[in-house]
Design a protein around this ligand. Structure first.
Ligand code: MRU
Length: 344
């Protein structure tokens, strides 16, 4: 599996996800703004990958930074951080990574110190992401029976992280342990992360995958044998409300009707302990043109508009458990999540 994003000799190399599955092409840059803009343009996407890209963007900024004093440098990196934070609003990993970098930079005693600290912290965030996902894989693998079928939405895979994925981690670990595992991927209109990205990476890994249209989950969960739903998350509140790609909430509702366990799979960096309920999460609304056109060709009559929320909120009562690198969080999430943060 090719690496989603890497730091190579002071440069960042990332897969341009807009071109998949047809072309595997990389963007290479030393320009911090170019990398921040790649988040905005969705050349890189997925909550943990966005966090890593944000951290690398600030590392590129720090690397080139000229300042008259360390305080001046801290002020400048603070301004760059504002730019990075304005790229996308929903995935908390982006804000988490930026805050981590700024907190580390605060300790710097000189400009060269700051450069070293910021690059070091960004590399740490990148490496930790893969380690976290491998732990999630070990923990979540038990939810998949041998010969089982997993349904997922969007791409919470390797491409959405530095490597290995979140919702895909239990799938990859099951596969590596010799289990037979199949996947049903919702196509995920309008960006088609399921059809383009999840299908691409599972195919690369040799895991059988079938695509369904988002509106067929009702009949598919009634007719096909599906053992478990595993989905990613962009932000999880203290009470266990989960923002994830549009289509996740209807999937959870159908899973409840069909008696299929529905698990959210995410690193603890996706938990936002500062908020309680779903209505406190900013839901990204993207350009309606993305709904009204398919590959640049308009599908609706001119003059017709669209409603386009890029994420939805699944309430805790529909979630069987939240698989994290520390274990599976059980209901009531308010209790298991606060216990987790009290431990820190
Ligand atoms: O708009 P995207 O492609 O960034 O949305 C991605 C998702 O919603 C993923 O499911 C989520 O970020 C979890 S990724 C491990």
């Amino acid at each position: 599996m090719p690496r989603t994003i890497e730091w190579i000799d002071g440069k960042v190399r990332l897969i341009n996800q807009l071109l998949l599955p047809h072309e595997l092409k990389y963007i290479e840059t030393r320009d911090w703004k170019r990398l921040a803009d790649a988040i905005k343009r969705m050349e890189i996407r997925g909550a943990p990958a966005i966090g890593v890209a944000a951290a690398f963007s600030l590392a590129l900024f720090a690397q080139e930074l000229a300042a008259v004093s360390v305080d001046d440098a801290k002020e400048k990196i603070g301004k760059a951080a504002e730019y990075v934070k304005n790229t996308r609003p929903t995935a908390v990993n982006l804000f988490w990574a930026v805050e981590r970098i700024l907190k580390a930079a605060e300790k710097a005693a000189s400009l060269s110190d700051l450069k070293e600290i910021v690059v070091g912290e960004a590399l740490k965030i990148w490496r930790e992401d893969e380690e976290t996902n491998r732990k999630i894989g070990e923990i979540g693998e038990k939810l998949i029976p041998d010969g089982g079928t997993v349904i997922t939405v969007c791409n919470a895979g390797s491409l959405a992280t530095s490597y290995y994925g979140t919702a895909t981690a239990p799938i990859y670990t099951s596969y590596l342990k010799g289990k037979e595992v199949k996947v049903i991927a919702m196509e995920t209109r309008p960006y088609l992360q399921g059809a383009r990205l999840t299908a691409w990476e599972l195919k690369q890994a040799g895991i059988p995958v079938k695509i369904i249209t988002d509106n067929s989950i009702g009949i598919v969960l009634m007719k096909e044998k599906v053992d478990v739903a595993l989905v990613g998350a962009d932000r999880i509140t203290r009470k266990g409300y989960v923002a994830n790609k549009i289509g996740t909430y209807p999937l959870a509702l159908v899973c409840r009707e069909a008696n299929i366990p529905f698990y959210v799979v995410a690193p603890t960096s996706t938990i936002d302990p500062s908020i309680e309920t779903g209505d406190q999460i900013v839901i990204e609304q993207r350009d309606p043109e993305e709904v009204l056109k398919i590959f640049g060709r308009r599908i609706a009559p001119e003059g017709v508009d669209a409603i386009y929320y890029a994420f939805d909120i699944t309430p805790p009562e529909l979630i069987s458990g939240i698989v994290t690198e520390t274990g599976i969080l059980d209901k009531p999430f308010e209790k298991s999540i606060s216990k987790l943060f009290l431990k820190r």
